[in-house]
Design a protein around this ligand. Structure first.
Ligand code: PMV
Length: 359
């Protein structure tokens, strides 16, 4: 389905060449997106914390493309040419061409780098696709006579979504909602919006320490994973539950109710994995050390009354979430008791951030 509101009218300006650079962060979902319809439309709404330290920097340079018949681009990761990235980007360009009709008019050089180690098991698709979408929108903004900041961000999120669903939640800070939800004004299946309601002080500068349990290749690509929700025996209940959880979260966030936050966030993480374990084919993406860490977190919480909790992506790594005022105590606990379960002792300290920046 084509969304006419994102097709530009006419380009008023002419631009021969130039370059734009954006830094865009990763994000971590509290209520998870798992299952999509055609054209990257989510089956349920999701909400995430935008991160700060895990990010991608992308420089997009463009010059006039003489041939204008096909897409023309080259990709570099940390200065090294990456032809194996090209099919994914070509698919993305094909998908968004109707919304960015200048794509064949230029030859692009895409130079990208991540702050987190490549193949750390941290998906670079959210930060990478949002950074690329923002660079493309910067070109479009130059070609247009005028474009408001709001229209710019909304279309960049719309375009990022077509690259990788969760990427549409990486442009702005602190909390971003993607997917239509009855109780969240302005929410849309087409792009992410900044969470529009009050958030309690308890959630300011929330900490996320990412424990790198397994840095291997993903067992299941997220495309395959999302598709496994079609015909899944529990899918319709799961989609209802996600909607419900997001409703609950509104008052939890407003009133700063940490115990309920913990319960909801951990339940979401385990449900995501339960969906994978109960699909056909089935997968177990957690590793023994993922479970060791979860049990240690539960033990620590019980012993100390700490408000630390965990969440998971579609992999074995653990995101340890905790309030800023517990930062030093929890970091000590992580170093003393959890790092031993990380591959090569690796972990990344992150915190909720403000979103993407142009540099
Ligand atoms: O953006 P995708 O298609 O890679 O899907 C990401 C899905 C999860 O990370 C598992 C959950 C989420 O909402 O981010």
């Amino acid at each position: 389905m084509i969304h006419d509101e994102f097709i530009p009218q006419v380009y008023a300006e002419q631009v021969e060449n130039g370059s734009f650079t954006w830094v865009s962060p990763s994000n971590i979902a509290l209520v998870k997106y798992w299952g999509k319809k055609q054209d990257q439309i989510p089956e349920n709404p999701s909400i995430s914390f935008t991160l700060d330290n895990c990010k991608t920097t992308t420089k997009l340079s463009f010059t006039k493309n003489e041939r204008e018949e096909d897409f023309s681009f080259e990709v570099f990761l940390d200065g090294v040419k990456k032809d194996d990235f090209k099919p994914k980007i070509a698919t993305f360009f094909k998908r968004v061409e109707v919304y960015l009709p200048f794509l064949k008019a230029y030859h692009f050089k895409i130079e990208t780098s991540n702050t987190f180690p490549h193949s750390s098991g941290i998906a670079s698709s959210a930060s990478g696709m949002s950074a690329l979408a923002l660079c493309l929108l910067s070109i479009e903004k130059k070609l247009c006579f005028e474009m408001s900041e709001e229209d710019f961000l909304r279309k960049a999120s719309f375009i990022a979504r077509l690259g990788s669903g969760s990427a549409c939640r990486s442009l702005e800070g602190n909390l971003v909602v993607w997917g239509k939800h009855d109780r969240i004004d302005g929410s849309s299946n087409l792009f992410g919006i900044q969470y529009p309601y009050e958030v309690h002080q308890n959630f300011q500068n929330y900490q996320d320490t990412i424990l790198l349990v397994d840095k291997g290749e993903k067992q299941v690509s997220s495309t395959v994973g999302h598709n496994l929700m079609h015909g899944h025996p529990f899918s319709s209940e799961r989609f209802k539950q996600a909607n419900n959880n997001l409703s609950q979260l509104i008052s939890i966030l407003k009133e700063g109710r940490l115990d309920e936050f913990i319960e909801l966030v951990e339940s979401e993480a385990l449900t995501l994995h339960a969906m994978m374990m109960t699909s056909l084919p089935y997968f177990i993406l957690m590793k023994p050390n993922t479970l060791e860490i979860i049990n240690k977190i539960w033990g620590f919480r019980k012993k100390t009354g700490s408000k630390v909790c965990f969440t998971l992506d579609a992999g074995a790594n653990v995101h340890v979430l905790y309030p800023e005022q517990e930062a030093s105590v929890v970091l000590e606990f992580i170093k003393n008791e959890l790092v031993v379960y990380c591959q090569n002792g690796q972990y990344i300290c992150d915190v909720v951030g403000l979103g993407a920046k142009q540099i």
